[in-house]
Design a protein around this ligand. Structure first.
Ligand code: PHE
Ligand code: NA
Length: 556
């Protein structure tokens, strides 16, 4: 059953697909917000260092693990890891590499469906003549399924379903389908991005609007790009930078392993990994910082941007700002912007479907059709709660556990496994074999020592994040025996809903108290779904193991 049935058509196709996997909503929506919230120029140094000592190493680890597993006919992390190390247990680390993709796809596709809807509304002229407040109101009503006033109450659900159908259909065409979409989508994305970035840059310093005469697009850029060296000591900024690097490069997820498993064992991975990684960084730091922030700063001023930074800016503000360019340009800009987001999104959500499909095909002989449709069905079941209970926080709960915590946990475990159990000497041979570049030797050292240590620090740091991020104070207090005060944002306290419970304790209004209690209920429901998914996939991995053992194919 492990015959090699699918593979990449060409090197260009592979690199575009990998870049498409990495370049996503994270580059345009998440990066600018993270940068602004973490002090602009203060963010950029930790960000670049994290790219070099965790991003690039993880790319090497995942590309080489994937190609290695592919040699043995394995296309998803549980059995890719199983082909690297002996033992019955370690392959279950790979459960993360299927789980995370399904859980992230559930909410990621929801944002993707907004971009489709916004292209439609731009063309239909829905935003014409709307004030800023009205554009923001449109978004609020669109996502508030129960009370929507945007015409069709279930419009958000309908676009979501259409988006899933589209993803499912393309996935059912296999790797070749993904390659085709990437070959069309990536160049268009760059084109749209350049058009908008040029426009953002030429808004200039003169106060682009009469709304806020002092508003200045360059203020936004200067804020983002003036490095601030004090930030080097702020652990909070490091955490945010590392989180952004994982998310944006799609590492710690399992998609890269899966894509790489379809590479011929003689082909290069080192140069490919670096090319796709740098392409993502170009799109992120250049295009990602030249659109939303400067345009919003150009019309509304930097102060407004600093106060309102959030990924909603893309939907709650941009359609209004584009109108300042006149009706015709507004349509072009709107289609470019939401079209760009759509291509960024779909080339990533397609990637998230592949580990599941690869796994079911390898282990249970499922066809591409069966794999794709079952993926679509799972996303629908897990995703509808994020759509319907968006306002109750289900969406954010998924993003926290699947899109943030899981990535770090899996990245940490797989790095230790690669460098210390598979072994760095073997690992280095895998990374460099067939390589079209000379990988600097320093990376052997980095991957073996620096990357795992950084990952462990980041994991422990988020587990035990101290109150208000006061690290040094808490270390002193711990040493003097007066203990450690956890922050509500630490993983340990988040598990217990500490933040919401504090709010309940302080609240006096019974209606508010009830709302908060309901919120806990919704979040627990979301967790139950995620735990259920995790257990389900672990079981499948176990069943696959039994099956392999019966067929005499198990490694142990
Ligand atoms: N890297 C993508 C982004 O920046 C998100 C993603 C994560 C895609 C994991 C695939 C897998 O938006
Ligand atoms: Na990205």
């Amino acid at each position: 059953m492990s015959v090699k049935v699918d593979s990449w058509g060409s090197r260009v196709g592979l690199i575009l697909a990998m870049a498409g996997n990495a370049v996503g909503l994270g580059n345009f929506l998440r990066f600018p917000v993270q940068a602004v919230q973490n002090g602009g120029g203060a963010f950029i140094i930790p960000y670049l260092i994290c790219f070099l000592v965790m991003g690039i190493p993880l790319l090497f680890i995942e590309w080489s693990s994937g190609r290695f597993g592919g040699k043995f006919g394995n296309h998803s992390t549980p059995y890719i890891l199983d082909s690297m190390v002996k033992g019955r247990i370690l392959k279950y680390i790979g459960v993360f590499g299927i789980f995370t993709n399904i859980a992230v796809a559930a909410y990621y596709c929801y944002i993707e469906s907004w971009t489709m809807s916004y292209v439609y509304h731009t063309i239909r002229g829905t935003f014409d003549g709307m004030s800023q407040a009205e554009v923001a109101g449109f978004f609020n009503s669109y996502t508030d399924i129960a009370h929507s006033t945007t015409g069709l109450p279930y419009e958000a659900v309908i676009f979501y379903v259409i988006c899933l159908l589209l993803n499912t259909y393309i996935l059912s065409k296999g790797i070749g389908g993904i390659e085709k979409v990437a070959k069309v989508g990536m160049p268009l994305l760059i084109l749209f991005g350049v058009v908008l970035a040029v426009r953002g840059l030429t808004l200039g310093t003169s106060g682009a609007s009469d709304i806020f005469p002092d508003a200045n697009a360059w203020d936004g850029l200067n804020f983002l790009w003036t490095p601030q060296y004090e930030s080097i000591l702020d652990l909070k900024v490091w955490m945010a930078a590392a989180g952004q690097i994982f998310f944006t490069l799609s590492v710690g997820m399992g998609t890269i392993h899966c894509y790489a498993a379809y590479i011929d064992s003689k082909d290069d991975i080192a140069l490919n990994a670096v090319s796709a990684g740098f392409m993502n960084e170009f799109v992120e730091v250049v295009l990602g910082s030249l659109i939303v922030i400067p345009i919003a700063a150009g019309y509304l001023g930097l102060d407004w941007v600093l106060q309102n930074a959030g990924f909603g800016m893309a939907f709650q503000t941009m359609p209004y700002l584009f109108q300042q360019w006149g009706p015709a340009l507004a349509v072009i800009a709107g289609v470019c912007w939401f079209g760009l987001l759509f291509f960024a999104g779909i080339t990533s959500s397609l990637a998230m479907g592949t580990p599941w499909m690869g796994f079911m095909r390898d282990e249970f002989g499922w066809s591409k059709n069966k794999g794709a449709w079952s993926f679509g069905a799972m996303i629908l079941i897990l995703g509808l709660p994020t759509v319907i209970f968006y306002k109750e926080g289900v969406f954010d709960e998924y993003d926290y556990w699947a899109g943030t915590v899981s990535l770090v946990v899996f990245a940490m475990l797989e790095t230790i496994l690669f460098s210390w159990i598979f072994g760095m000497d073997k690992g280095w041979r895998e990374i460099t074999s067939g390589a079209d570049i000379k990988v600097p030797n320093i990376y052997k050292f980095i991957i073996k020592y620096i990357t795992p240590v950084m990952l462990i620090i980041i994991f422990l740091g988020s587990l035990f994040k101290p109150l208000d991020n006061k690290w040094s104070e808490n270390v002193v207090s711990l040493a003097s025996g007066s203990g450690w005060t956890l922050d509500n944002g630490s993983i340990i306290k988040t598990v217990m809903h500490a933040g919401i419970r504090d709010q309940i304790a302080l609240a006096t209004d019974p209606v508010l108290i009830e709302q908060l209690q309901d919120k806990i209920m919704y979040l627990n429901f979301a967790r139950l779904l995620l735990i259920g998914l995790f257990v389900f996939i672990s079981l499948l991995v176990y069943i696959a193991f039994l099956k392999r053992r019966r067929e005499g194919r198990a490694t142990l």
